[in-house]
Structure formats: structure tokens, C-alpha cells
Design a protein around this ligand. Structure first.
Ligand code: FMN
Length: 405
């Protein structure tokens, strides 16, 4: 399953070769990829959304102004919630549109709005491919960082013409996708790392829950940074509104107990990094029905119990990872509390951060942390959460460097 857990957005353009994308979808799914499709209006003249939807087992997106699609997913999410966009067949028209920044339909808008790698598999008549305008567009797209597979030389489907312009075969396109998505070897290649992120939600009744302000930004950024160093990252995420990081296997949970079970199921691992803001308490039992407000009776007394301490559990686990790292979100005596936590929880180091209201760390984009370990306290400057993640990932790689896999 070379593409296991990869999400491919396939944009199908209006060319004869569109029929080959039906096979491409099958080949990608056989390899474990989830395939979501966008079809241009012209593409629907060649193959139907019905076949594409049946093979991809997902909704097919065809219209920028479809209200339901826009509410459910929206063109920006379509553009970002994938690991790679493939345009096949890439028509002369689609290449021209992106080369010139047009966004007048769903396909071109998604292509302009994405921050993911894009692979073009052009298919067109040899005269169209050789035209100076198409050549200019290809050059511009390459300069903009787009990737290309093909076209090949050979017989055209129509009119008995031959030359350069045939779309690459589905398996060649699959190979190009695999090459683009192959994990880059890095200092953490071969390392399995668990990261937790986000808040937990502890239900009170079917409509109410106890939560906290964690956004998941720091944990998700760290998971992505570790993956970029080559690690096999398993992210256990509480309820957040940010997308899953690229190149990471993400498990979604709600409560502290679900998070604990997910983490346990992922052991053994080389390292476990606990960034999530796990609720310390939950109500003793979840009310089966919505608790009613009854005039004159006052608020209900909620009986609270402690949640499991996931970090301490793993820090003292028989399958303890070589490296266990906790985060300490404190509003006062940040470093003293982190030092205390280090000993109590069996962690190798604690990343202490001040989450008092004034700092805007919870939900914000910046962080100022201190690394508390038995060797002392290393205070880092104010950084973006991405920068903090990069530095932490390098520190983790450094700590794991001497451990044999
Ligand atoms: C029978 C037929 C075959 C076509 N094949 C191609 C093709 O292989 N490549 C191409 O770039 N355009 C081809 N076209 C022209 C495109 O369908 C046309 O440029 C269309 O506007 C492309 O729309 P799209 O880029 O939004 O999919 C073909 C048109 C017809 C009628």
C-alpha cells in the first residue's frame, strides 16, 4: 500500500484521455489512497460524474457555485485537504488558465488556491502541444513549481494523428505520484513517533461539554515538522478546526479516555510527544438526556472525577518509548511547575509554556517555551508555532540519533 493514507485530489479536464482517469482512480485506490475528484464542465462531455463517483467512492465536485458543496467542503478546503493535486488529462486550456492565474471555474479556482504540490499529466493533439502558447504556459508552470508527467509520443485516440501529446498511462502517473509523495529520507527516517494535539472534550450531557482553548496549532505543526524529517508520525488529535497535517497519520478522538486508548494502541514507538491539552477532570457520569433548567432549582451540582494522566501513564509504561516529552501549559510559576512535572511524570523533558491570557498562546500563532530537563532549563525566544515545531523536531532528532533502531 504505497499510497496508504494519502489524499489525492484528481482534477479531470475535458479531453478524450479522460476515460483513462477511471483506471487511474482504481490504481490509486488499490494502493491505499483516498481519491476525491473535480470535473470540469468539458470533462463531463467525455465521462460521467456517476462513473467517477462510483470508482472514487466519494462525491464528485463539478461546480464552483454549488451552494451545498460550498457549505459542506468549499473550494478552499478542496484545495488544501489533500496531499497532492493531479490534473489529468491536463488540457491546453487548464494549463493556460493556471499559467495566467485565471480562476473562473471550480478546477482553476482550486488550482490557484492550493498550497499543495500539483502534478500535470497533459494530453492533447500534437499541434496543440507544440504550439508556442502551450510551450510558454508549460515553462511558466514549471517555473512556478508545478510538476509534469508526460505527455508521451504515439497514436492519438482521434483522427489517426500521431506525435507528442498522448497522456501518460495510469501506472506511469501513479509512479510519478508515488515519487512526489515518497517520504524524503531524513534524520528521523525509520522512527515511529506519537504526537498528541488539541484539547479534549468531556461531555456533561448530549449537548454540553467541558473544553479548553487549545487550538492544536502547536501539536499539529510539530507532527508535520517531524514527518518532514522522515519520521512515521501518528497524530492523536482532539477536536480542532485546523486541517490534518500533511504526511502524518491522524486519529481523531474527543475525550481524554479516548486519547489514552488511542495512544496505547499506537505503542510501541521510539518517541511520544504529548502536546494535547488534556482535560484534568470530567463529570463522573454523562447525563443520558439534556439536563433541564428548572426554575427555582438552581444550577446542577456536577460531580467531577480525575481523567487518566496520559503522559505519566506512558512515562512509566512497560512499553515506554525511548523518548517521552510532555508539554506544561501553566499560567504561573511556569518553570517550577514544569520541573515538578518532569519528575512526577517520568518524562525526558518538558516543554514549558506560559499560557496566561496576556500571552495569547492558546489559539494564537506564537509561542515562547522553555525546555526543562534534568540538565537544566533552556529558554527559547518568542517564535511562531511553526518555528518552535522545527526546533523541537530537530531536538528530538538529536536525542534519538544515538539510539539504534
Ligand atoms: C472530441 C474532443 C476532444 C478533445 N480533446 C482534447 C484534448 O485531448 N486535450 C485538450 O487540451 N483539449 C481537448 N479538447 C478541447 C477541450 O475540450 C476544450 O478546450 C475545453 O474547453 C477544455 O475545457 P477544460 O479545460 O475546462 O476541461 C477536445 C475537444 C473535443 C470536442
Amino acid at each position: 500500500m504505497t499510497l496508504s493514507s494519502k489524499r489525492i485530489l484528481l482534477i479531470i479536464g475535458g479531453g478524450i484521455a479522460a476515460y483513462k482517469t477511471l483506471d487511474l482512480i482504481r490504481r490509486l485506490r488499490e494502493r491505499g489512497a483516498a481519491v476525491r475528484c473535480v470535473m470540469t464542465t468539458a470533462a463531463q462531455e467525455f465521462i460521467t460524474p456517476l462513473s467517477v463517483g462510483a470508482l472514487s467512492a466519494d462525491h464528485v465536485f463539478t461546480n464552483l457555485f454549488e451552494r451545498q458543496d460550498e457549505q459542506d467542503v468549499g473550494h478552499i478546503r478542496l484545495a488544501r485537504e489533500c496531499d497532492l493535486i493531479v490534473v489529468a488529462p491536463a488540457t491546453a486550456d487548464l494549463m493556460a488558465k493556471l499559467a495566467n492565474g485565471h480562476a473562473n471555474d471550480l478546477a482553476s479556482t482550486v488550482l490557484l488556491a492550493t498550497n499543495r504540490p500539483v502534478l500535470f499529466a497533459p494530453a492533447m493533439n500534437p499541434k496543440m502541444w507544440a504550439h508556442p502558447a502551450t510551450r510558454r504556459n508549460r515553462k511558466a508552470l514549471e517555473q512556478d513549481g508545478m510538476h509534469f508527467v508526460g505527455p508521451a509520443r504515439g497514436e492519438m485516440a482521434e483522427s489517426g494523428e500521431s506525435g507528442e501529446g498522448r497522456m501518460s498511462e495510469p501506472l506511469e502517473i501513479v509512479a510519478a505520484i508515488e515519487a512526489l509523495l515518497a517520504p524524503k529520507a531524513g534524520p528521523l527516517t525509520g522512527r515511529r513517533i506519537i504526537v498528541t494535539s488539541g484539547p479534549t472534550h468531556e461531555p456533561i450531557d448530549p449537548v454540553r461539554y467541558i473544553a479548553n482553548r487549545s487550538s492544536g496549532k502547536q501539536g499539529h505543526a510539530l507532527a508535520g515538522a517531524l514527518a518532514r524529517l522522515g519520521a512515521d508520525v501518528h497524530l492523536v488529535s482532539g477536536p480542532v478546526t485546523i486541517p490534518d497535517p500533511q504526511g502524518v497519520k491522524t486519529l481523531h478522538v474527543e475525550t481524554a479516555r479516548e486519547m489514552q486508548a488511542a495512544v496505547e494502541s499506537l505503542l510501541p514507538a521510539d518517541a511520544a510527544i504529548f502536546v494535547a491539552a488534556v482535560a484534568d477532570w470530567r463529570t463522573e457520569s454523562e447525563a443520558g438526556q439534556k439536563i433541564k433548567k428548572i426554575a427555582g432549582e438552581g444550577p446542577p451540582a456536577l460531580q467531577m472525577v480525575e481523567n487518566p494522566d496520559i503522559l505519566a501513564g506512558v512515562g512509566h509504561h512497560k512499553k515506554r518509548p525511548y523518548l517521552v516529552v510532555g508539554f506544561a501549559a501553566e499560567t504561573r510559576e511556569v518553570e517550577q511547575n514544569a520541573t515538578f512535572k518532569l519528575k512526577k511524570k517520568g518524562a525526558d523533558f518538558i516543554v514549558a509554556n506560559d499560557v496566561s491570557h496576556e500571552g495569547g498562546v492558546m489559539g494564537g500563532d506564537r509561542n515562547r517555551v522553555a525546555i526543562v530537563s534534568k540538565d537544566g532549563i533552556d529558554r527559547w525566544p518568542d517564535l511562531t508555532k511553526e518555528e518552535t515545531a522545527e526546533r523541537l523536531a530537530n531536538l528530538i532528532a538529536e536525542r534519538l540519533r544515538t539510539v539504534t533502531v
